[in-house]
Design a protein. Structure first.
Length: 88
């Protein structure tokens, strides 16, 4: 019976060691998951910020394009007038 009890004790110790290892790994996984969640939230916040900035830039681009068209038309009109004055 002594060898059976010793084997049982060794088995119990092995199970305890395995449980400690699992607990350690589980703790590391939880930390990694929290970090991943934080990183994901930060990335999502950055996406929202960048979308907003892009929308603002697109609006400004459209405004500048409209101004450029007006300026281009005025320059073309002025060029026509200058040519007619020079020819005329």
């Amino acid at each position: 019976m002594d060898s059976l009890e010793a084997a049982g004790d060794r088995f119990e110790e092995a199970l305890n060691q395995m449980q400690k290892s699992l607990d350690t790994v589980n703790g590391r996984v939880k930390v990694a998951l929290r970090k991943s969640d934080e990183d994901l939230r930060a990335a999502n916040d950055e996406v929202v910020r960048l979308r907003s900035a892009l929308a603002e830039l697109q609006t400004k681009h459209d405004d500048l394009r409209a101004v450029a068209e007006v300026v281009s038309t005025r320059i073309d009109d002025a060029t026509v007038k200058v040519r007619s004055l020079l020819e005329g």
